[in-house]
Design a protein around this ligand. Sequence first.
Ligand code: ZN
Ligand code: ZN
Length: 359
Amino acid sequence: MSIKDRLQKLRQGLAEKKIEAIFISQPENRRYLSSFDGSSGYLLITPQNTILATDFRYIEQAKIQAPDYEIFPAIGGIVDWFPQLVAELNLTKLGFEAGHVTFARYQQLSDILNKAPSQLRLIPVDGLVESLRAVKEPEEIELITKAVEISDAAIEYIENTVHIGMSEKEVAWEIEKFIRERGSETIPFDFIVASGPNSALPHTKPSSRTIQSGEPVVIDIGARVGGYSSDLTRTICLGTPDDTFPKVYDTALRAQLTAMATITEGMSGGQIDNLARKVIEQVGYGQAFGHALGHGIGLASHESPRLGPNSADKVTSGMVFTIEPGIYLVGWGGVRIEDAVVMENGKVRAISKAKKMGA
Ligand code: ZN
Ligand code: ZN
């Protein structure tokens, strides 16, 4: 699908909300709608115009990456150029990204418009571009698959490299090097390598703690290709697992496999979360699964849809998301198993292939 097709869908969505135009400031939304990946810039999309405002550092890059756009040189602060940007467009309602624009920026833009002669008013819009982004095109799935292949290879590499006595930081750095050497553009999020009791903290940072025999080690990593992220977690155990490990691990794995086998198109994020949560609750670990089951991946490593308790997001064909149940026991440690899947032909297909203990 081309940028033109994405813009057409966006305009349709705006028309349904009776909003003439939208001001895009969220970086991934901007990239999705324009292909421009500079670190500063805004889009203004009306029924007739597609304008990309950026400063002198990015003008040439914008011309090349976003040929569907008219490039507007943003000179000075937003107070200086925003009035000019909207001056001749004859708009009355301009949507802005309520989930991204700060209150201070909103006030600033409102002040500018109040002083201008036009009747232009700002209208909050939430999740419109995000909902388009949630459904992936085949080219996007291809890029995600490439990122997934890199993280799969990294897990295989680290499982062969890691040994008792290595620190979490050393392991994280080994993975980071591997992923970059394999062609990942960047590290899409801070990797998690958490051993023993540290692994009971779902989002802890790698420390200098050394890995001991028999304890869980949670490794949560990703890669980025063409802007698209992967997100993969494996829990491993070096030496002979203690008595708790198999019970916790098997429960998390069963929860994940149950969800993956029973998700059907059209289910809500809440229903999907419950498929896995029930399995964990039946074993008595319900309280130990304190986060959502999964999230979309794409240009952002966390995006729509959200699969968690009470999420009404409907899962439809082309969506790519993670399934990552976790069980965290304070003082002992945790187990999380995460794979990326794509919804197709009414069911989910796992994209990640990294092997799992016991599966
Ligand atoms: Zn993850
Ligand atoms: Zn994740």
